[in-house]
Design a binder for this molecule. Structure first.
Ligand SMILES: Cc1ncc(COP(=O)(O)O)c(C=O)c1O
Length: 369
């Protein structure tokens, strides 16, 4: 007897739904999940091995439940790069920023509550909302993928969501949300409820502009979410973190599982933070490659959304999925995020980007024949 998900007594809102599923295909050039293409440098690999060996000696014990050393180092990193001093009491860490977002929705969302995001945006916000029983509201964006302040403020006033997501730089479009827009949304959210505003800055290190970290000052309902998956080149580590008023850090502890961050994760993240300057050096290279992708895609004749991230949204295609398939046939995996007419490519190494540009050049020729 074959039994499928819907034959099980799963929650009603999960019936007929699909899990997050960026394809993990074995192709020569993978530019589809916004990872950093550079493996960690060898001295850091050695340091991780050393720190993990030390941690292994204590694995009979539970790890530091509050991850104090790690949060202190993350606070130092934020203070140094984010334009605003924060301490350990402002910072919380979890297994990837996806888990940070899940903990925020478990704390401030949940059954009977709602969250809003301005779409297209990071698809996991709505998926995590669903997983936590939080109602999802899809807020509007303009045709150029910017957030229209008036339309967004109206949507917040109408729906009075408990959580507002703002992703900047936005994924998959790559554009930054201006500070004034975030401030306007925060004001609207306070007037409507008041609700929590989560600014997802997963890609901020690749931005031409500054972090919105200073905005947490005097705004206890504002949370900045960050990750080590992108700029730190450590997607496999699974380490995300947030910065906010200390009360927010206290609140998420009501829902976090005890000892959620393993001793191995904490040791590895601490080793990576010792090598921050080297890792941020790769970010500069990736920014230059991102800018080259934008320029060359335009020269070939594609439309490109202005990008402040380590990826570029390009189009337009009469059938984006068909174009995705044709690029894949040429050995390059990009991402079809379901935005009609558009695809997204992650900035890879110069060689990977050349392979991608060759593929889309050929595609353009084929389409104009
Ligand atoms: C906007 C945004 N936020 C969060 C994440 C999740 O990152 P993490 O690996 O820290 O869970 C991603 C990953 O692609 C992202 O694009």
């Amino acid at each position: 007897m074959s039994i499928a998900i819907d034959d099980l007594p799963v929650r009603e809102e999960l019936r007929g739904k699909s899990p997050y599923g960026a394809p993990q295909l074995d192709v020569p050039v993978r530019l589809n999940t916004n990872e950093n293409p550079y493996p960690l440098p060898e001295p850091l690999v050695e340091r991780i091995a050393e720190r993990v060996r030390e941690a292994a000696r204590g694995l009979n014990r539970y790890p530091d439940r509050d991850a104090v050393e790690l949060r202190t180092k993350l606070a130092e990193y934020l203070t140094r790069t984010g334009g605003h001093p924060v301490g350990v009491e402002n910072v919380w860490a979890a297994n990837g920023s996806n888990e940070v977002i899940q903990q925020l929705l478990q704390t401030f969302g949940g059954p009977g509550r709602t969250a809003i995001g301005f779409e297209p945006s990071y698809s996991m916000h709505s998926l995590i909302a669903r997983g936590t029983g939080t109602g999802w509201i899809s807020g509007p964006r303009r045709d150029d993928f910017g957030i229209d302040i008036e339309a967004a403020v109206r949507a917040i006033a109408e729906h009075r969501p408990d959580v507002v997501f703002v992703t900047t730089p936005n994924n998959p479009t790559g554009n930054t949300v201006p500070r004034e827009t975030v401030l306007a949304l925060y004001e609207a959210a306070q007037a409507a409820k008041p609700s929590m505003v989560v600014v997802d800055e997963a890609y901020v290190e690749f931005s031409h502009g500054d972090s919105l970290l200073p905005l947490i000052e005097g705004r206890p309902h504002l949370v900045i979410s960050r990750t080590m998956s992108k700029a730190f080149g450590a997607a496999g580590l699974r380490l995300g973190y947030l910065a906010a008023h200390p009360a927010v850090v206290d609140a998420v502890q009501l829902v976090r599982l005890p000892y959620h961050l393993s001793a191995v994760t904490q040791a590895t993240a601490l080793a990576a933070l010792e090598h921050t300057d080297t890792l941020l050096g790769y970010v500069e290279q990736l920014k230059a490659e991102r800018d080259r992708l934008v320029a060359e895609l335009r020269a070939i004749g594609y439309e490109v959304t202005e990008s402040d991230a380590n990826f570029v949204q390009f189009g337009r295609f009469p059938d984006a999925h068909e174009a995705w398939r044709k690029i894949l046939e040429r050995g390059v995996l990009v991402r079809d995020n379901g935005v009609p007419g558009w695809l997204r490519v992650t900035a890879g190494t110069p060689e990977e980007n050349d392979a991608f540009l060759d593929a889309v050049r050929e595609l353009k020729k084929e389409q104009s024949r």
